[in-house]
Ligand binder design. Structure first.
Ligand code: DX5
Ligand code: ZN
Length: 221
């Protein structure tokens, strides 16, 4: 497997000091996970283009934008202009994401698909080859700080088997309730990229929290 990568979720950071929060951990992380919620696909509203653009001026870290919106295609150009690198969209919002994937690539964005906990791997299987990354949610989308759902691990294993058996260059990401306790379980199931909000930004020592998470994952490799 490829080296594990850590993607802190901005949702758990102090929104009055976002630039500082990212600056502190920038050198330790592989990408920044940015949750974008529209108050429709999920009940919450989080942040949008002006925040992403301001952060882009403050850091060169790779921006992984997790769209929890009903019409992701409407935001692709604006996301690219604001400085996004990767856009992931939920498979639950469309029967066929091919057109959105194509548009994202034309614009110059990396593309990924997301599975909510109740969506089986079969729901996304025909489209995995369109993606750079497959996000398996380990909590219900919409809120930070929830508990990890171990019942999604067999889905990660199915995704890992499919990706490896077809030799696809697709990373598996997990998001929700990731801690030093749960990340090793996800690694053993086949995860490449670990999103963690609360466990990093709510720790008094976020740099130490990233390092502890990485060490916990590497300990089971
Ligand atoms: C939930 C978001 C997650 C969230 C994870 O809808 O997609 O990225 O920020 O937060 P923690 O790590 O606190 O579960
Ligand atoms: Zn997320």
């Amino acid at each position: 497997m490829k080296p594990a990568r850590i993607a802190p979720s901005l949702l758990a950071a102090d929104f009055a000091h976002l630039g500082d929060a990212v600056g502190r951990i920038e050198a330790e992380i592989d990408m920044l996970h940015v949750d974008i919620m529209d108050g429709h696909f999920v009940p919450n509203i989080s942040l949008g283009m002006p925040v992403i653009a301001s952060l882009r001026a403050a850091t060169s870290v790779y921006f992984d934008c997790h769209l929890m919106t009903t019409n992701p295609d409407a935001y692709l150009e604006d996301l690219k202009a604001a400085g996004a690198d990767l856009v992931t969209m939920h498979i639950e919002v469309t029967p066929n994401p091919t057109r959105v994937a194509k548009k994202a690539r034309e614009i110059g964005l990396d593309f990924g698909l997301v599975l909510s906990p109740s969506t089986p791997f079969a729901g996304v299987e025909p489209f995995v080859e369109l993606t750079d990354l497959l996000l398996v949610m380990s909590v219900h989308p919409g809120f930070g700080g929830q508990s990890f759902m171990p019942e999604v691990l067999p889905k990660v294993e199915s995704a890992r088997k499919f990706i490896d058996s077809h030799a696809l260059p697709v990373d598996i990401q997990i998001d929700g309730g990731i801690t030093v306790q749960t990340a090793p379980l996800a690694r053993q199931a086949g995860v490449d990229v670990f999103v963690a909000g609360t466990a990093i930004f709510r720790d008094p020592d976020p740099v130490g929290a990233v390092r502890r998470l990485r060490n916990a994952i590497e300990a089971v490799e």
